[in-house]
Design a binder for this molecule. Sequence first.
Ligand SMILES: N[C@@H](CCC(=O)N[C@@H](CS)C(=O)NCC(=O)O)C(=O)O
Length: 213
Amino acid sequence: MPIKLYFLQASRSIRTAWQINELGLDYDVNFSPRENGVAPAAFKQQAGGLGKFPTLEDNGVMYYESGNICEYLSDVYDTQNRLLPPVGDPARYKVLQWVHASEATYLLHGLAVLYAKWNQKDGDVQQTIAGLSKNMINDLNYLESELGKSNGKFLLGDKLTAADIMMHFSARFILVRELGTMGKTWPKIEEWLNNSEATASYKAAVEKTGHKL
Ligand SMILES: N[C@@H](CCC(=O)N[C@@H](CS)C(=O)NCC(=O)O)C(=O)O
């Protein structure tokens, strides 16, 4: 049975679809649009766990958390270690640094802004956002400077890695939704996002899933 990807529209699920396409694997997509901005209850129930997406089903086992799914797919299907170097190789931990940062730093800081916009009822929300934007701008400046050190069109050189696959959604989402960016622009980030989106595997993932932010 092929891998099944539970894909919520406009979500991190695109990371998993992109990686599966990059690895050349066969997969089925169980797609759901959002309802009032969130995942429909029945879709959450089907996926189990916390009811968050992406969710991956492979050989009867459910996998959760996009970073965990990324490591699972790499360990099991990336036999040449193209996207994630082997255990013990220092290069692996450079990639994993970004895999973890994509959630634990970039989206942590970006979503803080989104949740303030959605939920703050009293006081000056713009002041809250201005405070939260300090972390966000610092993070994006760091990404910009690391891209400046890359000797290729991807984060860690001229080859796509799991670092790009995980970080792409975080950066694109933060920039498109203007989460604490305070009108600033980051040209190297923009160029890298465009390079990522120009890969055949990313395009195939978008075509297969209908992903749209
Ligand atoms: N840390 C998790 C976050 C998963 C998550 O929160 N996904 C969002 C979409 S990007 C979701 O499923 N939201 C649906 C909802 O809560 O209704 C991961 O990386 O997979």
